[in-house]
Design a binder for this molecule. Structure first.
Ligand code: SAM
Ligand code: SF4
Length: 314
């Protein structure tokens, strides 16, 4: 459906948990997030029902399962299976990759068509420092290989670029993407719990990548700008919420694991749907609220984005 600014809203990011098995320095507090009681989180059946209502109400064409870390959510494959086939749409997943190898077959069978894997360094010592957990590049390379084996092609790898933390790895990441066959996308760091001047702009990322050859902007794909090295066919992406916000063509809405609909990353409060869903109100009453929230989607995030990515799904 279209919002009041005429934008086509057809992409739902569905956060199935606010928990995670690692503690990225730019995302989660080291001690984890305040525990929410199970009864305050949508059950598997409620998640599928509410996703279905939203998908039909707004004519959603793409659903991304996210979190927190979606693969720590018990029943995530049942959620995927339930959503798949509810309404014609692309069904994709964003994950830190740690549990992917063991789950990818069942996820693909349940209906996942593609995966994005988050990885912020190619050096084990840095991966550990950024994730505050004992994670190695090998873990992620195994996840990438398993995703390709399961037919989930292309596999995208997302890297949040942070000054003096990993901004010297742009060239390495691009070379690594050539070796492994993944599509790498660099993300501008959005304001977070990380202190200091960590922001690296899109132009700086391009400058660092240009040591590998002349860079041409090809096109846009969703929120990512796609860049290529001349006419070699080798590409990489940049998601630049600050340098290149793309709010005027944003097609996304977000549903949190608590059952709150956020029509923009900047919308901290959102519209809570869980109580209405659990009341006697029928699907049409919930649909009306969903359509109202979509219509009122803000013009832009205005540089003020939701600080709790683990809650809203990044
Ligand atoms: N746990 C999964 C993962 O890390 O891929 C999915 C949820 S995570 C919140 C989704 C995406 O948001 C990840 O790619 C992560 O790097 C990104 N993200 C989280 N905080 C961010 C920030 N402050 N700036 C830019 N990207 C961020
Ligand atoms: Fe977990 Fe993803 Fe946040 Fe990292 S970015 S702490 S993997 S939810």
């Amino acid at each position: 459906m279209r919002d009041s600014k005429g934008r086509e809203i057809n992409y739902l990011r569905l956060s199935v948990t606010d928990r995670c098995n690692i503690r990225c320095i730019y995302c989660m507090p080291e001690s984890g997030v305040p525990l929410v009681s199970h009864s305050d989180i949508l059950s598997v059946d409620e998640t599928v029902r509410l996703a279905g209502i939203i998908m039909r109400a707004a004519d959603i064409r793409k659903v991304r399962i996210t979190g927190g870390e979606p693969l720590v959510r018990k029943g995530v494959s049942d959620i995927v299976r339930g959503i798949s086939g509810l309404h014609p749409c692309e069904l994709v997943l964003t994950t830190n990759g740690l549990l992917l190898r063991s789950m990818v077959k069942q996820l693909a069978e349940a209906g996942i068509e593609r995966v994005n894997i988050s990885l912020d360094s190619l050096r084990d010592e840095r991966i550990n420092r950024i994730s505050r957990r004992d994670v190695s590049l090998r873990n992620i390379e195994d996840a990438v290989a398993a995703a390709f084996d399961a037919g989930l092609d292309p596999v995208k790898v997302n890297c949040v670029v942070m000054r003096d933390i990993n901004d010297d790895e742009i060239e390495d990441f691009i070379r690594w993407s050539w070796e492994t066959g993944v599509t790498v996308r660099f993300i501008e760091h959005m304001p977070s719990r990380l202190s200091g001047d960590t922001f690296v702009s899109r132009d700086e990322i391009i400058e660092k990548a240009s040591v590998l050859g002349e860079i041409i902007r090809q096109s846009d794909s969703g929120t990512a700008g796609i860049y290529s090295f001349g006419d070699t066919g080798q590409t990489f992406g940049i998601i630049a919420p600050f340098s290149d916000p793309m709010c005027s063509s944003c097609s996304r809405i977000r549903l949190s694991a608590l059952g709150t609909l956020h029509s923009c990353l900047a919308e901290e409060v959102g519209v809570s749907l869980i109580e209405l869903l659990r009341s006697d109100a029928g699907d049409e009453a919930v649909s009306e609220i969903v359509r109202g929230a979509v219509i009122r989607k803000p013009d832009s995030h205005g540089g003020c984005v939701h600080a709790k990515m683990w809650k809203i799904g990044g």
